[in-house]
Write a protein that binds this ligand. Structure first.
Ligand SMILES: Nc1ncnc2c1ncn2[C@@H]1O[C@H](COP(=O)(O)OP(=O)(O)OP(=O)(O)O)[C@@H](O)[C@H]1O
Ligand SMILES: [Mg+2]
Length: 366
């Protein structure tokens, strides 16, 4: 696999085109992040920690420092670097560079000043309520466009595999920048699906992917549906009802949607300030995306069209969808509570249903 070369230019090209990314030295990243100081840490994911940093020119960066690895993880790194280096879209977080020195593997991105959607919906920024309805619609459409680009225009096409709120970052204008599609595998053109390792986060995982490890674009559509419901309602993908029962966001929202009670689905933090027609659109699109049957989900291009309200015909078909007439009794998708602390899944065709609403920072890749 050819990687680490895309940022360099041959002599002919020099002066014509600016390289899109560059190699950073470890020394430069140490000094930018104050030696990966704990105070600079933005968070921790399945593959390592992310630190805020500032370069000599004043620009702000986010550095993902991958955990010490095995050869397997080394492959993950090269995959991410190559993919990110190639793909550019207004709603995809692009790579600024990388560093590979000794045992260290680091990826450098632009720092997103408004952090992630997760931080606004459930974490450190949730009390500020800066996500008004307009911003939420813009994030919904923007992230759908980013994923649609991965599925349809990137060469080869890319399945994200880990669409979730912490992977939707927000720039200074609150535009969505979808991140971490670099851990996805590349689908050869023409292939409809690939069977490979299950990788994703519980609550967002399409059932067929969780059970059979069959990844396809429609798995991303499912996760995107969960993300849309989360964005509209401010609720988590899985909520604890009591010590033994957890309820999925779809089990909560579907009966309300069937009864036309869309305003009850809206995030209370919106203070009833939303466009009702758009809210209904977002909720219904979200629910068809998260249909347990993959063949009944729309594709991401249709999702973009629907969210933008461009296709009245397709939307009225959705309104008539049987999903909204009869629905399974509540509790159909209830999952047993589990004491394990990881919500990240990365295992050879094997899924451990793990939930971690309380200790997200402590999760481990398994
Ligand atoms: N460029 C960035 N700007 C600002 N915050 C970022 C940036 N990149 C990542 N983060 C934040 O840093 C934290 C850790 O990110 P990381 O991607 O390692 O974990 P994650 O998204 O929670 O899980 P996963 O490993 O599945 O992607 C997240 O809260 C993420 O939103
Ligand atoms: Mg991430």
């Amino acid at each position: 696999m050819a990687f680490f070369c895309c940022g360099r230019l041959d002599r002919k090209e020099r002066g014509k085109k600016k390289p899109t990314w560059r190699i950073f030295s470890l020394k430069e990243l140490h000094s930018a992040t104050n030696n990966f100081n704990y105070d600079n840490k933005l968070g921790e994911g399945g593959f390592g920690s992310v630190y805020w940093g500032q370069l000599w020119d004043g620009s702000q960066i986010a550095v993902k420092r991958l955990k010490v690895w095995s050869n397997k993880a080394d492959m993950e790194f090269s995959v991410e670097v190559e993919v990110l280096a190639r793909v550019r879209h207004k709603n995809l977080l692009s790579l600024r560079g990388y560093c590979a020195e000794g045992q260290e593997r680091l990826i450098v991105y632009d720092y997103m000043p408004n952090l992630s959607l997760l931080s606004h919906l459930h974490r450190q920024h949730s009390a500020e309520c800066v996500l008004d309805w307009n911003r939420r619609m813009n994030i919904a459409i923007g992230s759908a466009e980013g994923i649609a680009y991965l599925h349809n225009h990137a060469t080869p096409h890319i399945i994200h595999r880990d669409v979730k709120a912490s992977n939707v970052l927000l720039d200074s204008d609150f535009n969505a920048q979808v991140a971490d599609f670099g851990f996805a595998k590349l689908i050869p053109d023409g292939a409809t699906h690939v069977t490979t390792r299950v990788k994703g986060t519980l609550g967002y995982l399409a059932p067929e992917y969780a059970m059979l490890g069959k990844a396809s674009e429609s798995c991303d559509v499912y996760s995107f549906g969960i993300l849309l419901l989360e964005l509209a309602s401010g609720r988590k993908p899985i909520e604890k009802l009591n010590s033994t029962i957890k309820r999925t966001i779809t089990d909560w929202a579907l009966p309300l949607a069937c009864e036309g009670k869309f305003t009850e689905i809206a995030d209370p933090k919106l203070n009833s300030k939303f466009v009702e027609e758009e809210l209904k659109r977002v909720v219904l699109v979200a629910l068809v995306c998260s249909n347990s049957r993959p063949e009944r989900r729309p594709n991401m291009l249709e999702v973009v069209e629907l969210l933008k309200g461009e296709s009245k015909e397709k939307f009225s078909e959705i309104e008539k969808n049987e999903l909204f007439k009869v629905h399974e009794a509540a509790g159909f998708n209830d999952v047993p509570a589990n004491e394990d602390n990881s919500d990240f899944i990365s295992e050879e065709k094997e899924v451990k249903q793990e939930l971690n609403e309380e200790k997200p920072q402590d999760k481990e890749s398994i």
